[in-house]
Design a protein around this ligand. Sequence first.
Ligand SMILES: C[S@@+](CC[C@H](N)C(=O)[O-])C[C@H]1O[C@@H](n2cnc3c(N)ncnc32)[C@H](O)[C@@H]1O
Length: 117
Amino acid sequence: MEAAGTDSDGREFKSPQEMWRDQTGDDNKKTLWYREGVAYWEGVEASVDGVLGGFGQVNDADIKGSEAFLNTLLHERLGDAGRNQHLVALDCGSGIGRITKNLLIRYFNEVSSFSSF
Ligand SMILES: C[S@@+](CC[C@H](N)C(=O)[O-])C[C@H]1O[C@@H](n2cnc3c(N)ncnc32)[C@H](O)[C@@H]1O
C-alpha cells in the first residue's frame, strides 16, 4: 500500500513501510515499540470505553460498520455467504472481547480470542 501519512508526532512518511522501518528498524527499537504498547494498555480501564480510547459511545456504530464489512467479505469469499460451512474466527488483540461478544459469535461457529489484556 503506497499511502503517505504522519505519525502522532507529526512526522511525515511516504508509505507505511517507511514508517515501520523508522519505528521498528532494529531490535532495540522493536523492543521499545512493544514495551510502550504494553505500558499503554496496562494503564487503560478494561471496559468498552477503555478499549475505544474514551469513545465508548461509538460502540454500536463501530459494530454496525464492522458487520457490514464482514458481510461484504463473507458474500465475496464464501459460497452462500458461508451459511452451510463451519466457520472459525481468531480475534487478535481482542481486549475485553467486545468484537467477539457483539459480532463474531453471531457469524462464526467457533471464535478464539487473545489479547495482552
Ligand atoms: C484498540 S484495543 C481493541 C480491542 C478490541 N479489538 C476491540 O475492538 O474492542 C487493542 C487491544 O489489542 C491488545 N494488544 C495490543 N498489542 C497486542 C499484542 N502485541 N498482542 C496481543 N494483544 C495486543 C491491547 O491489549 C488491546 O486490548
